[in-house]
Design a protein around this ligand. Structure first.
Ligand SMILES: [Zn+2]
Length: 310
């Protein structure tokens, strides 16, 4: 098996998304596709001219830097995504998503301007997948590249249908584990508990015998267990910080909590996009604390507040 790393430019601190072209003795697979920008179309096309066209394209999750150029392959390759992720995409394109989340975010005290922004890009999203015929895979499925085969590992958390691909002691992990940042965990559907799912998915990967972990951003990782521990520690600290905020304020809203968390910059200095990520991240942690019984959700005349359980 030969692995080609295709570095596709993107703006922001991550700089690149790594697409991986993996060639077996007969067939090949492209893992993730890059952003729907002209720059990435050109870069990706040049790589594929040099290394060959893939038989399969696997989308680790629906985010635009991963799924953005999937349409380029719609007539030439078999396109694979997890059944759960495809179901999630359908949910995110539905009116129900906007209606339900808008109501929930308003009740949590988030200002209308954030909420507006969150739903702004939904039409661009349907353009990305227009005309694409997805084939679904589920946990444990195998993709055959000749004698060699890759196994699908479902790792919900960063998105609820996120998958990794496992080949012997090599794992392609999408955005599940990254070295330079902790992957964003956001609540996007009320019945989800994405942080709980994510922590379980970290355990799942930590239990594997891995020599090399190929992430979608940054360099290849060798000490996976160490990185998993660091990420778990980060979430533990954030959960404690949220409980401290609730203890101090007695009873408070999701928005108040989000604006008091020690993000990498002060709340007022965060970009609109960062605030959106921070909002999702806060609600995911709150959801976890509610379901674990550490805090309580109180509904009072259309508003939601949080208090300590005891
Ligand atoms: Zn992502």
């Amino acid at each position: 098996m030969t692995i080609f790393t295709l570095k596709l430019p993107m703006q922001g601190p991550l700089k690149y998304i790594n697409s991986y072209l993996v060639k077996g003795n007969e067939e090949s697979v492209l893992i993730d596709t890059g952003l729907p920008t002209q720059e990435d179309v050109t870069t990706l096309s040049n790589y594929l001219k040099a290394y060959g066209y893939p038989n399969f394209v696997v989308i680790t999750h629906y985010h635009p830097d991963h799924m953005g150029l999937v349409r380029l392959f719609k007539d030439k390759s078999i396109i694979l995504i997890s059944d759960r992720e495809l179901e999630y995409v359908t949910y995110l394109l539905s009116e129900e998503y906007e209606k339900e989340m808008r109501k929930y975010l308003l009740a949590n005290g988030f200002p209308e301007e954030f909420i507006q922004r969150m739903f702004r890009n939904r039409s661009r999203f349907s353009e990305i997948i227009d005309g694409v015929n997805f084939n679904t895979v589920k946990d444990g499925d195998v993709i055959k590249l000749g004698q060699e085969q890759m196994r699908v590992l479902l790792t919900p958390g960063h998105t609820m249908g996120h998958i990794c691909l496992v080949y012997e002691k090599v794992v392609f992990c999408g955005d599940h584990i990254l070295q330079d940042i902790t992957p964003n965990i956001s609540l996007l559907r009320l019945e989800d508990n994405p942080l709980k799912a994510y922590l379980e998915s970290l355990d799942k990967v930590q239990k594997l015998d891995i020599e090399l972990l190929y992430p979608a951003h940054g360099e290849v990782l060798k000490d996976v267990s160490k990185r998993v521990e660091e990420i778990k520690e980060h979430h533990k600290r954030r959960l404690e910080e949220i409980m401290n905020i609730i203890r101090t304020l007695g009873k408070t809203s999701g928005f108040n909590i989000a604006s008091r968390i020690s993000w990498y910059k002060k709340w007022d200095e965060l970009s609109a996009f960062d605030k959106q990520l921070a909002m999702g991240e806060t609600l995911a942690h709150i959801k976890y604390l509610v379901e674990e019984g550490f805090i309580r959700e109180v509904n009072a005349s259309g508003s939601i507040y949080y208090t300590m359980s005891s």
